[in-house]
Design a protein around this ligand. Structure first.
Ligand code: APR
Ligand code: ZN
Length: 365
């Protein structure tokens, strides 16, 4: 039996329960979870803004220690520290072969189930789904081998968990998706856990101005720790006008939307300069359509693109993020400011909704 937080129905609190977890099958790994991050992507399912098969164990930003391996597993061994990837790439589909392991076709087709279409979690006869094949809001999880990224020199579990989602998503959006050039101006709309990593990515590639945009003053102050050079409070005055004032009337060369709403996508689009690039990171509610000025898209040669998991290829890019952390180039030590037990998980999500700064993490003993 493993203790886990289960979502039975949207808009209901997560239930803390004991579930049965089957042994890892061929190509699968049993991981003892060390830490799991509190990310808004789980919250979208809890609010009903995104859809997942239910009941499900959420949690997609995790790290832990390999407990045992199923037949045929060769890349990890019991005792290894691993970061979990919520897109365990199959390596054989068209997207993987094209170099887009972050949008693996076979993973997306099987979603919250193992690659064979079954679940390892259940409660009696009831199957319980695994978010992103990770399901790390639980003491233990069975994950595909491809979803385990070994860490060569051990790092704190909460930091490792961050490298499972918000770090590659945010830093990757800058480095791998938008490919921000040194000296450019950058605006980041939404400075929560993921947005702060976009800011760190922009600092890493030597952007000249890094403009943090948020509706909360506390988030803006906190963003200065991670490399923001200017702040814009979107609840005071039109953020588009404020970003233009800070960029000689042009707008920023690269803008990032990191909340997940049509309004913030529109704002990020409008505050982007001529020939600039708008990168949408946040996941808007299902069915949302963002209105953008179609003429400006053409006359101003704007590029509008989405990015999933920072266009990162977990198996090679997560170890890079670990190295960047170890060499002091990513300030992940200041990112995780709240630690909770699994029993406190609903409180952890309420704190996120209340706009507490930085990232929270569930710690397992
Ligand atoms: N303008 C600017 N910022 C806003 C606005 C707005 N209108 N509304 C909310 N925000 C800010 C919040 O104050 C908060 O600081 O957006 C930030 C969102 O941060 P978190 O709640 O910590 O969410 P995070 O985990 O960073 O995820 C952001 O990225 O991966 C996706 O699914 C994820 O859509 C989510 C997004
Ligand atoms: Zn996430």
């Amino acid at each position: 039996m493993v203790k886990a937080a289960v979502l039975y129905e949207a808009k209901q609190p997560l239930a803390i329960e004991d579930l049965e977890l089957d042994d890892p099958k061929s190509g699968e790994v049993l991981v003892k979870i060390g830490a799991a991050g509190i990310c808004r992507s789980d919250r979208h399912f809890m609010h009903g803004d995104a859809v997942i098969n239910l009941p499900a164990v959420l949690g997609h930003e995790g790290a832990g220690t390999v407990e045992s391996v199923g037949p045929g597993v060769t890349s990890v061994r019991p005792g290894d520290q691993v970061i979990l990837s919520f897109v365990p790439a199959c390596g054989r589909c068209k997207s993987c072969i094209q170099g887009h392991a972050n949008i693996c076709d076979n993973h997306m087709a099987t979603g919250p189930m193992m690659y064979d279409g079954t679940c390892r979690l259940h409660k009696g006869d009831q199957r319980i789904y695994h978010m992103g094949k990770v399901a790390c809001f639980a003491e233990y999880s069975v994950v595909p081998e491809a979803g385990c990224v070994p860490v060569s020199s051990p790092i704190p579990m909460d930091i490792a968990a961050m490298i499972g989602c918000c770090v590659p998503t945010g830093v990757g959006a800058v480095v791998y998706s938008a490919k921000v050039e040194p000296g450019s101006t950058v605006a980041v709309v939404g400075c929560g856990g993921v947005g702060l990593n976009v800011i760190m990515g922009a600092k890493l590639v030597n952007a000249s101005k890094i403009i943090a945009v948020d509706i909360r003053e506390s988030q803006l102050e906190f963003a200065m720790k991670f490399g923001a050079t200017h702040t814009v409070n979107a609840s005071d005055r039109d953020p588009v006008a404020q970003v233009k004032e800070l960029t000689d009337g042009r707008g920023a060369d690269y803008t990032f939307e990191v909340f997940g709403s049509t309004d913030t996508i529109k704002a990020a689009y409008e505050m982007c300069a001529k020939s600039g690039t708008v990168t949408v990171v946040g996941i808007a509610p299902v069915g949302a359509e963002a209105p953008i000025n179609a003429v400006e898209l053409v006359r101003f040669e704007k590029t509008l693109r989405g990015t999933y998991y920072g266009s990162a290829r977990s198996q090679i890019d997560m170890p890079t993020m670990v190295d960047l952390y170890l060499s002091g180039k990513l300030n992940l030590d200041d990112l995780v400011v709240r630690h909770y037990t699994l029993d406190q998980i609903n409180q952890a999500y309420d704190d996120m909704d209340q706009g507490e700064v930085g990232r929270g993490a569930i710690m397992f003993s």
